[in-house]
Design a protein around this ligand. Structure first.
Ligand code: SF4
Length: 311
């Protein structure tokens, strides 16, 4: 069966980075998660899979094989679905730390309290978390995550993690539902103690987003709110970055691009392991882009969002 492919592009310079999806079923089609995000790229099908989750032994063997075949690894993301839904997360951290010092947990932070996670992270010497906040208040965030009250739980957990000394990065996927909320989202995240960085990621019309066409928006129609957010970003006391926003929306985006690199995706099969270099979503090469001074440095327009006929 053909494996699902997901572009996982993360900041990392020239370093080798990999992601392992410990919360995905073995056929790679669906995932365990307590959220139902409208744009989820992990959720390729609306119904669950009957396949089993990869065991810790399977994960361990795959990571060991990765190290044998690829040598060094600088950063490893533990991703899902939602990895914290597994009660063997500590053993997964342990296996991850054996091959890579810099291990980052990707989680939605939707817990009543994160104390148990803080203890687990500290005991495993994993000190970095990447999480998501998609609105400045519950009405927007909860609608996008498809999960009532998720905003307050996530925000409380972020504060707890920051206060415990865990490095927390926040990602916010921008779609039609929350584009006007961007400045308030920035203000909300900025008010939290000790956030390491905030990344605004342009919505990508893939995966579960296929069922939510109404989330599409045009960045060119939203220049005003994006420029206002950039004004605020210049005042913020921590990095505010943007991913997949075309530079012609606002020239200042050139200084605030998330530096991305290709990431190895470690696919976990029942008997086999497959490593795939991720590929970004295809970009739209408009006439303007071909003449533009930004050329290949600009993320341009995602073909999946804007379509072939977009001018
Ligand atoms: S390359 Fe294309 S999308 Fe990027 S700034 Fe130039 S015209 Fe805009």
């Amino acid at each position: 069966m053909e494996k699902a492919r997901n572009p996982f592009l993360f900041m990392g310079g020239n370093m080798r980075t990999a992601v392992v999806h410990v919360g995905k079923y073995l056929d790679g089609l669906d995932r365990i998660c307590n959220h139902n995000c409208l744009f989820c790229m992990e959720r390729m099908e609306p119904d669950g899979s009957n396949q089993i989750l990869p065991s810790v032994d399977r994960i361990k063997a795959s990571l060991e094989r990765y190290r044998r075949e690829r040598g060094s690894l600088n950063r490893l993301y533990i991703a899902g679905g939602e990895p914290t839904m597994r009660d063997d997360l500590g053993a997964i951290f342990h296996a991850a730390k054996r091959i890579c010092n810099s291990v980052i947990l990707s989680t939605n932070c939707d817990f009543e309290s994160s104390q148990w996670l803080t203890q687990l992270l500290k005991a495993s010497e994993v000190d970095e978390v990447t999480t998501s906040v998609h609105g400045s208040h519950s009405a927007i965030h909860d609608k996008i995550t498809g999960t009532p009250d998720s905003f307050s739980r996530t925000m409380n957990s972020i504060v707890e993690l920051c206060e415990a000394g865990i490095k927390v990065n926040v990602n916010c996927v921008i779609c039609k539902e929350n584009i006007d909320d961007m400045p308030r989202i920035l203000a909300t995240i900025q008010a939290l103690p000790g956030i390491r960085r905030l990344v605004f990621t342009h919505f990508c019309f893939r995966g579960f987003a296929f069922y939510h066409r109404d989330l599409l928006f045009s960045a060119l129609d939203c220049k005003e709110v994006i420029s206002k957010t950039l004004d605020m970003a210049n005042e913020a006391g921590f990095p505010v970055l943007f991913r997949d926003f075309p530079f012609c929306v606002d020239e200042r985006l050139t200084d605030r691009q998330e530096r991305v690199e290709d990431v190895d995706i470690i696919f976990l099969g029942e008997q086999s392991m497959e490593i795939s270099r991720s590929e970004g979503a295809p970009k739209l090469e408009r006439e303007e882009c071909r003449k533009c001074k930004h050329g290949s440095l600009c993320p341009k327009f995602l073909l999946s969002n804007y379509g072939e006929g977009f001018q």
